[in-house]
Design a protein around this ligand. Structure first.
Ligand SMILES: NC(=O)c1ccc[n+]([C@@H]2O[C@H](COP(=O)([O-])OP(=O)(O)OC[C@H]3O[C@@H](n4cnc5c(N)ncnc54)[C@H](O)[C@@H]3O)[C@@H](O)[C@H]2O)c1
Length: 422
């Protein structure tokens, strides 16, 4: 049998534990080291090792730099990073400098444009692979639509939409003991994401979380593979939702009722692509609303939207001018990856897509090959955040996208989800 991949984790909060649980299920992975600075998260992680019947990993926890000690371990084949956004770039670069050849990072490669450039340059310099663990690219309906796109069902693609439309008020605030709601604290008095993510809503105004929306869309129009994002402009509404939530749940007198949030409740971004498509992205996390990533894929022959689970394809849909339930198509064009591995996704988070994103990472490590999504994909998807902040700060000015591939986008070939292996 092939030797198991020796994996380390930096950050085993709620998301890291999700990946940890999936990694512990795999026979081809040994989790040898974990690092976190929150005892509660480390305890929860230890119980996952017990539950899986796997030997406990070595723990690094002394301070915010304990991960550097972990990287001194000579045996690590790969590292997964699931820490707050602001830590990703320094941790990725630290891993690269320590000689780690495969780094899987949770979403958002960095904060500033400079972060993104530095990570790209470091990955090139060390000839190593940085994959952003963008799981929505593996959503079953999204992959079926990708399959349809590649078979030309929608004709030539013209316009796409996506976004992050998710009421996060109970994620941005809690009572310090549970992850979701129960209080209006954030920062040091809070637990999990409310400890850090909310600060970004205080200080920043832009599309703070573009990758779940843009990743799947970028694969469909081959961004970095014969196509690229050329320019962007963003618009933000006023900010009311978070303040409203604090007053409603904590009262006017609660100290957090004085906090001024900079993040507009709905941020809308338009992107223009080199091959002539437009992409509309929305970030909408502060208001009451049901979850929806709001995908729309539209071409010269037809259109799919996820919010009404419907499509229309000229000459194929039976009734002119009328939406047709997409279900039969989603089933018929089920992606080969889902056909082969669907049963293995049992118990993996987010409807099974978390299985695939880890699977793709681990299989690439085992084969010592490129990851299906690479550092250029991670950089250009994440760079939407600083670019949208810039555009909004400049009064919605159109700003240019940097070309992280340095012209190679014209020649590179998409490697995402061809075939049924990983
Ligand atoms: N792809 C998805 O579906 C998805 C879902 C949830 C979260 N995420 C992403 O995962 C990442 C983590 O989010 P989360 O929900 O797990 O947040 P979390 O707050 O639950 O976990 C973050 C963990 O990082 C630890 N940490 C902070 N600084 C550290 C340091 N210097 N060294 C070691 N550990 C440190 C914290 O103690 C905490 O346990 C974020 O990038 C988030 O956007 C992605």
């Amino acid at each position: 049998a092939e030797p198991a991949v020796k994996l380390g984790f930096i950050g085993v909060g709620l998301r890291g534990q999700g990946h940890l649980e999936n990694a512990l299920r795999r026979k081809d992975v040994n989790v040898v080291a974990i690092c976190d600075i929150d005892e509660r998260m480390l305890e929860r992680s230890a119980s996952l090792f017990k539950k899986a019947g796997k030997p406990m990993a070595k723990v690094y926890k002394d301070d915010v730099n304990a991960w550097k000690k972990m990287l001194e371990l000579k045996e690590l084949d790969a590292v997964i990073i699931a820490t707050p956004w602001e830590w990703h770039a320094p941790m990725i670069i630290g891993c690269l400098e320590a000689g780690i050849k495969y780094i899987g990072t949770e979403v958002m490669l960095g904060i500033t444009l400079q972060d993104h450039w530095e990570v790209v340059k470091a990955a090139e310099h060390h000839n190593a692979h940085v994959m952003m663990l963008e799981n929505v690219c593996y959503r079953r309906d999204v992959m079926a639509v990708l399959n349809m796109v590649r078979q030309g069902m929608f004709g030539e693609l013209i316009h796409l939409q996506g976004g992050y439309q998710h009421d996060l008020r109970h994620v941005k605030f809690n009572n310090g003991t549970q992850p979701y709601g129960g209080g209006v604290e954030f920062g040091e008095k809070a637990f999990s994401e409310a400890r850090w993510r909310t600060e970004h809503s205080v200080h920043r105004n832009g599309d703070l979380y573009p990758t779940h929306g843009i990743g799947p869309v970028a694969e469909m129009i081959n961004i970095n593979y014969g196509n690229r994002f050329v320019s962007l402009s963003s618009f933000a509404t006023k900010a009311r939702g978070l303040h409203d939530y604090i007053v409603k749940n904590g009262g006017e007198q609660h100290p957090n009722a004085k906090v001024e949030f900079k993040l507009g409740d709905v941020v809308t971004t338009m992107i223009k692509c080199a091959n002539g498509e437009t992409v509309l992205l929305q970030h909408d996390t502060n208001l009451p609303r049901p979850y929806s990533l709001g995908f729309r894929v539209q071409g010269t022959k037809g259109i799919w939207m996820d919010v009404n689970h419907s499509l229309y394809i000229e000459g194929v849909s039976k009734t002119n001018d009328q939406w047709e339930d997409a279900k039969a198509y989603i089933d018929k064009y089920d992606h080969p990856l889902w056909k082969r591995w669907g049963a293995s996704t049992e118990g993996a988070g987010h409807g099974g897509m978390d299985f695939f994103v880890l699977h793709a990472f681990i299989e690439s490590v085992k084969r010592k090959t490129r990851t299906p999504m690479d550092v250029y994909d991670a950089a250009v998807w994440s760079a939407i955040t600083p670019l949208s902040e810039q555009s909004i700060a400049l009064g919605n000015e159109t700003v240019e996208f940097p070309d992280f591939t340095n012209g190679q986008w014209m020649y590179r070939k998409n490697r995402f989800a061809f075939g049924d292996e990983y």
